[in-house]
Design a protein around this ligand. Sequence first.
Ligand SMILES: O=c1[nH]c(=O)c2[nH]c(=O)[nH]c2[nH]1
Length: 312
Amino acid sequence: MSQLSSARYGKDNVRVYKVHRDEKTGVHSVIEMTVCVLLEGDIETSYTHADNGVVVATDSMKNTIYVMAKQHPVTPPELFASIVSTHFIETYPHIHAAHVKVTVHRWTRMTIDGKLHPHSFLRDGAETRNVEAVARKGSGITVRSGIAGLLVLKSTGSAFHSFIRNEYTTLPEVWDRILSTEVDCGWTWKTFPGLSAVMENIPSFDQAWQASRDITLKTFAEDNSASVQNTMYKMCDQILKAVPDVAAVDYSLPNKHYFEIDRWTEELTTKIDLSWHKGLKNTGKDAEVYVPQSNPNGLIQCTVTRKPKAKL
Ligand SMILES: O=c1[nH]c(=O)c2[nH]c(=O)[nH]c2[nH]1
């Protein structure tokens, strides 16, 4: 016999755009986001006994997102995700938890002739601001805020040496390398008892996003990196210091490799380091032309929390 061990369902990829028009100044502000809602609760019978009587249609969830976006602020995204998730657990007695993910896409105001334009915007990069709020009956609201898709590169100021060398090792040690990654980072807030606690915290959400982004970029740029591991730990540590209400910070960083052209051909017969062309020097200190790699890539992850205070 089988049993349903866990179940959640909902609507993903709900795209929403909202404009605010300032009637006095004529300045428009726009938000574009993609929302995912997943519900948990007493819904087993819909899976096991074809009982749709417990099913909130995913189409209705989509409609709810639009109505909530019309009736409530959509910024900061932490607030909107908390409003939507609280709505679902408060509206349906048999729904115990609502997971709401909000991905905010960039629409940055254009500068035209040195002036901010009132209603024109540009997509300056694939970076997104991400939030997941989970409202659970009797347990409050947990919120993880984050940044994803932020692509960065530094052309020096990064090393990687003194790692384990054995019969599986071919990687040379380097004291100067290119470092590039696509930042995916998050900061998890101490659990909020309910929506009013989220509302009291509204200004902190944008501040924390700005601080985390600034710390990520400044540390990436300025750290004399010994490894991705060490640089990301420094980022986490600073974010925990900068945002007191955050309980944990996590990063997931792919190591986007850029190799010198000094590899052997596949048949291992020739070194293709450009010297074959009129003796061109392009290795070591002469290296200028590199080959960006798409795969495989390193993937370095960590979560950093606060040390419990020592008992006296
Ligand atoms: O920063 C790095 N960390 C690693 O663990 C690793 N492994 C590797 O091959 N290159 C790198 N770089």
